[in-house]
Design a binder for this molecule. Structure first.
Ligand SMILES: Cc1ncc(COP(=O)(O)O)c(C=O)c1O
Length: 365
């Protein structure tokens, strides 16, 4: 048939499946499926967003100068090396577009955030998946998969959905082992939640090397997921290349205004860190009491494994929770069919989740 021809490989892409945000339940819905903050958004950011409605008829600043300066101030970075995007997903895509194409390989770890493979396939490149160790990235396994066609290595740190971390020492080892012509993309979407001394978001590596980019987001701890705002910090040459191919206004006006205000509200971020620091270990301990296998997480979500040989498996638990108003995340697409992932919620949400799971196991629900 004579019809527009889709590029090779596009129809092989399994579309990204976002966390459910509604369910057939007459109960209050508790959404724990997308690693969002349960604390909402800084009131200053909400106010800035409202004010931005006065300028809806104007194009925003395409270069996001004020926002980049605010990010630079907040994190001590040169704003010339920052680029903003329509969520960090946008930036992950742009990196693939600029640095990979047909015949090239893009390296990821098994169970890594799904967008890396989608971005690679969308530009005709081949994703190469290195085996994980304890569900997380293993540097030797990644390095063993590097070949002459490798162009990009994406690494989420911490990783979603596993909550695993790569120490700064191991990250340095990865960088040293990668050829200089491979771009290492460190996706630090959950960096603000991590309190460990051996963790780094990788930003200091960018200052020492030409082949590292770090991506960050306003979707998680800043509570601006709906506005779609992410940023990256990279070497000038990389930022220059990406600036040439991005859409001219890929950070919208409302997002820029709210982002600037959110950055200033450090109390809001501190409260989110404190909340997570209290409720993540609580959830992990409660799940263990129930008899579930918990994979330790350092982000704002937890990963639990169910026994696949019994009726009380992950699929049944997921359905049971959904019927009772709690939305978790199934992980079949991540090669983790026996696991569910839950974001840390408000106290009442966390207690409800644990109570429901306890009931599920008591009654076989
Ligand atoms: C590891 C990781 N990177 C990037 C993203 C995308 O974030 P954004 O909302 O900035 O596109 C997510 C969202 O879940 C994520 O988990």
């Amino acid at each position: 048939m004579n019809e527009p021809k889709i590029q090779p490989g596009i129809l092989d892409i399994a579309p990204y499946v976002p966390g459910l945000s509604s369910a057939d339940s007459d109960k209050r819905l508790v959404k724990l499926s997308s690693n969002e903050t349960p604390l909402g958004t800084s009131p200053y950011a909400v106010e800035a967003y409202r004010r931005s409605s006065e300028l809806l008829h104007r194009y925003p600043d395409g270069a996001a100068v004020e926002l980049r300066a605010a990010i630079g101030d907040r994190y001590g970075l040169d704003s010339e090396q920052i680029m903003c995007g329509n969520g960090s997903d946008d930036l992950l895509y742009l990196i693939a577009t600029a640095y990979a194409g047909p015949g090239d390989e893009v390296l990821v770890t098994k169970h890594a955030f799904a967008m890396y493979q989608i971005a690679a396939q969308s530009v005709g490149a081949t994703p190469v998946v290195a085996p994980a160790r304890s569900l997380g990235a293993d540097i030797d396994n990644l390095l063993n998969k590097v070949g002459p066609d490798t162009r990009i290595c994406y690494l989420a740190n911490p990783n979603n959905p596993t909550g695993t971390v790569v120490s700064s020492k191991e990250m340095e080892r990865l960088r040293e082992g990668l050829p200089d012509n491979v771009l290492l993309v460190i996706d630090a979407a959950y960096a603000e939640y991590v309190g460990r001394k051996d963790y780094s978001d990788g930003i200091e590596l960018v200052d020492r090397h030409q082949n590292i980019v770090v991506t960050r987001t306003f979707s998680k701890i800043y509570g601006l997921a709906a506005l779609r705002l992410g940023w990256l910090y990279g070497p000038p040459k990389v930022v220059d290349a990406l600036n040439r191919i991005r859409c001219p206004f890929n950070a919208n006006g409302a997002a820029q205004a709210a982002g600037i205000a959110a950055l200033r509200d450090t109390n809001f971020v501190d409260a989110a860190v404190a909340h997570n620091g209290k409720w993540l270990p609580w959830l992990e301990a409660e799940f263990e009491n129930i008899g579930l296998t918990v994979y330790p997480s350092i982000a704002n979500f937890t990963l639990v494994e169910f026994d696949d040989t019994s009726r009380r498996n992950a699929s049944h638990a997921y359905k049971y929770l959904l019927e009772n108003g709690v939305i978790g995340r199934e992980l079949k697409a991540y090669g983790l069919p026996d696991c569910l992932r839950f974001s840390v919620g408000l106290e009442e949400d966390n207690r409800l989740l644990v109570d429901l799971l306890a009931k599920f196991f008591e009654t076989g629900a």
